[in-house]
Design a protein around this ligand. Structure first.
Ligand SMILES: Nc1nc2c(ncn2[C@@H]2O[C@H](COP(=O)(O)OP(=O)(O)OP(=O)(O)O)[C@@H](O)[C@H]2O)c(=O)[nH]1
Ligand SMILES: [Mg+2]
Length: 261
């Protein structure tokens, strides 16, 4: 049997994007691909659109919707989505934005690399990666500095795009990381996940991606949110710097807990 790959897509007002992204994902040549949308009751009806699509013959049994009652942030949406994907039997879990900045064409490469690594990041700052041409010099510099200098210096990680949110995790790594350890609520969630994985000794790879800006819908990001995330990198370092590979969560223990409810 081929491995099962789950793509987890958090959405908040992504109706224009999801109708483009869903068909593009199912057009990929990837065996047993499942898509799980985690929608926070988007006022623009994203959840309703996904539900309607999931009843169509092309998507039935492959497109799933997790509805949350209100906008509760990206991190809890991902954690709930990852947990659900694991419980539905995912061998690989892909984390991806639904705004088309993360392009489906990279997914086969992420999957190929995941044979050698526990986690692979679609990286804007690996050699060959790039960001949207429209970014001004200051925005480019800030993002580059945050990812290539600031975060790796504080955390001492050899990762070029620790804030990048386009990733694949192997099942065992996601279980071993134990998402109950991850406390971040906002965008620094990406950094916390990768830091926990690194401290636990998981093999982390990066493949270069081009990152175009969203063409439809509105960003939920602001400079205040980015600044808060930057400061919280220190908190994450203090929270997890003592973790080591022996602290990986045991797979059998995890399964036993799940059975016990
Ligand atoms: N379920 C859920 N999804 C969210 C929430 N906030 C953001 N998202 C989704 O997370 C993804 C990334 O959000 P964006 O607003 O694009 O943020 P970003 O990609 O960091 O910022 P941009 O560079 O402006 O695109 C998108 O698919 C959003 O719809 C939330 O509170 N709940
Ligand atoms: Mg985006």
């Amino acid at each position: 049997m081929p491995p099962t790959t789950f793509i987890v897509l958090p959405t908040y007002n992504e109706s224009e994007n999801i109708v483009r992204l869903a068909p593009a994902l199912f057009d990929l040549d990837v065996a047993d691909l499942q898509v799980l949308v985690v929608d926070d009751n988007s006022p623009d009806g994203t959840g309703q659109i996904v539900e309607t699509l999931s009843e169509q013959a092309d998507y039935r049994g492959r497109l799933h919707l997790l509805r949350r009652p209100e906008k509760q942030g990206l991190a809890p949406a991902y954690i709930q989505g990852f947990t659900k994907a694991l419980s539905l039997g995912a061998d690989y879990v892909i984390q991806m934005d639904a705004d088309l900045s993360h392009q489906p064409k990279y997914i086969p490469r992420l999957l190929r690399q995941a044979r050698e690594y526990d986690i692979v990041i679609g990286s804007r700052y690996a050699a060959g990666g790039s960001v949207d041409e429209s970014w001004g010099p200051l925005r480019k510099l800030l993002s580059w500095w945050a990812n290539r200098i600031y975060a790796p210096t504080i955390l001492r990680v050899p990762i070029r795009d620790a804030t990048g949110g386009f990733r694949i995790y192997r099942r065992d790594a996601l279980i071993g990381m134990d998402m109950r350890r991850v406390k971040a609520n906002g965008y620094v969630f990406m950094v916390e996940m990768i830091y926990v994985a690194y401290r636990l000794g998981y093999r982390i790879g990066e493949i270069p991606i081009h990152f175009p800006d969203r063409q439809h819908g509105a960003s939920k990001m602001s400079s205040a949110i980015a600044l808060e995330a930057a400061l919280r990198v220190w908190q994450i370092m203090l929270r997890h710097h003592r973790l080591q590979p022996a602290d990986r969560r045991d797979r059998l223990q995890a399964a036993a807990n799940e059975r016990a409810g």
